[in-house]
Ligand binder design. Structure first.
Ligand SMILES: Cc1cc2nc3c(=O)[nH]c(=O)nc-3n(C[C@H](O)[C@H](O)[C@H](O)COP(=O)(O)OP(=O)(O)OC[C@H]3O[C@@H](n4cnc5c(N)ncnc54)[C@H](O)[C@@H]3O)c2cc1C
Length: 380
């Protein structure tokens, strides 16, 4: 099996396939696993529990026990909902750790290797054409996993539509900063049109006075103000020093229509397997990647890498995380419609209270679109 992409989705699918006994090769275009970073590093306890990975001190920077939600008016409330609990990880080290884990199961890893195209035999994917050290060559394989990130080119070569529209993409910019006045164990999330239109600004504590500060916005047109603009507007008011800057994009439009074809499965950001409300992709990518690795092994064992067999990958991942993604998508659509005034009222009504309505508790208290509208009507 060949896996294209060596981050969360790639390493976890490689780990599970190799553990089931498959010969796995993971190719990564960068010279180092985990860089450049394109993530704030928020990982829930559920991820560690589900993946049976220990949150080791070597890659965790801080423990998270709650989140403070800020409205444009300055009103805020603190939620300590259990689903928020987790860690801020150092992605460079965390991604390497996941790759090491895959390698220890027998996965071979090729760095500086870009998958340029697919080998197609009798209409089926039969491997990849890679370029390494200036040389282009074929590597044959019964199954290819496309874990190559947002707008996956590899899956597109197999005929799957993995493109997202402008308004289905959250553009992000992030600075890691030192000298930040942080609340220990608390993530800060700022909402509002002037702060982060269509998204939010985050301050994720990474330790003593250190934080990842980032903004994710949803643009309606490409020439609107960039995420970097909103980030600089916020950070320029701080007396803090930047030690790292990165930009990235998250697919928040829900999964792509089809995540398998003859000889190929798509996982992670490449498949749009991201929570559309929070933009968090690590946990969902991991769940789906685990399933892809296991299905690949079953497929090889049965001699069935055809689409009809690989269909069970989509069925299984959908059963595991599909309902959550769907629900988050609904809530994001509702949040998109809220004005700053609505958000102020909503947060002010919860300020200092026990109820945690935003994001996490929305998921708990309401079951569908109609319910959420009814509750919002009552509050506003
Ligand atoms: C600014 C920002 C902050 C975020 N914060 C969080 C957060 O706090 N918590 C959370 O859960 N999620 C967060 N996310 C989302 C999360 O980072 C992603 O959902 C997750 O990393 C997806 O992992 P992946 O393996 O699917 O894809 P990617 O991380 O995109 O990895 C794809 C890999 O494939 C490689 N590749 C691509 N094409 C090729 C090719 N042709 N040949 C070889 N290699 C190739 C790339 O180099 C890359 O290493 C954030 C995203 C951004 C942009």
């Amino acid at each position: 099996m060949i896996v294209v992409g060596g981050r969360v989705a790639g390493s976890i699918s490689s780990f599970h396939a190799a553990r089931e006994g498959l010969d796995v090769l993971m190719v990564e275009k960068n010279p180092e696993i985990g860089t450049p970073v394109q993530c704030a590093g928020g990982v829930s306890d559920t991820f560690f529990k589900s993946m049976k990975i220990k949150p080791l001190a070597q890659f965790t920077c801080s423990r998270i026990r709650g989140a403070c939600i800020h409205a444009p008016s300055g009103a805020s409330f603190l939620t300590d909902d259990p689903i928020i609990k987790g860690y801020i990880v150092e992605r460079k080290i965390f991604d390497k750790y996941l790759a090491i884990r895959a390698a220890e199961q027998g996965t071979e890893i090729m760095l500086n290797t870009i998958a340029k195209d697919l080998i197609i035999k009798d209409g089926k994917v039969g491997g990849v054409i890679v370029k390494k050290d200036g040389q282009t060559f074929d590597i044959c394989s019964d199954i290819v996993i496309a874990a190559d990130g947002i707008q996956s080119k590899i899956a597109r070569k197999a005929g799957l539509d993995t493109r997202f529209r402008v308004d289905e993409i959250c553009s992000c910019a992030q600075s890691e900063m030192v000298g930040v006045n942080i609340k220990k164990e608390i993530m800060e999330l700022y909402f509002g049109n002037r702060t982060a239109p269509g998204g939010y600004l985050w301050v994720f504590p990474k330790g003593e006075e250190r934080a990842n500060i980032g903004v994710g916005i949803r643009r309606r047109k490409w020439n609107a103000k960039s995420a970097q603009y909103y980030l600089k507007r916020f950070t320029s008011k701080l007396d803090a020093t930047e030690i790292e800057f990165n930009i990235g994009a998250v697919p928040i439009g829900g999964p792509v229509k089809r995540t398998y074809t003859d000889g190929l499965m798509v996982v992670g950001d490449a498949a749009g397997q991201v929570d559309p409300l929070t933009g968090g992709g690590i946990h969902i990518a991991a769940e789906c990647a685990k399933i892809a690795g296991e299905i690949a092994s079953e497929a090889i064992e049965m001699g069935r890498a055809d689409a009809e067999f690989l269909k069970r990958y989509e069925k299984r991942w959908y059963k595991r995380v599909g309902a959550n993604i769907k629900r988050s998508l609904k809530y994001r659509k509702i949040l998109n419609q809220l004005t700053d005034e609505d958000i102020n009222k909503l947060v002010e009504s919860l300020e200092g209270g026990e109820l945690n309505l935003f994001s996490t508790s929305l998921l708990r208290f309401v079951k569908d679109y109609r319910n959420i509208l009814r509750i919002l009507k009552e509050i506003l």
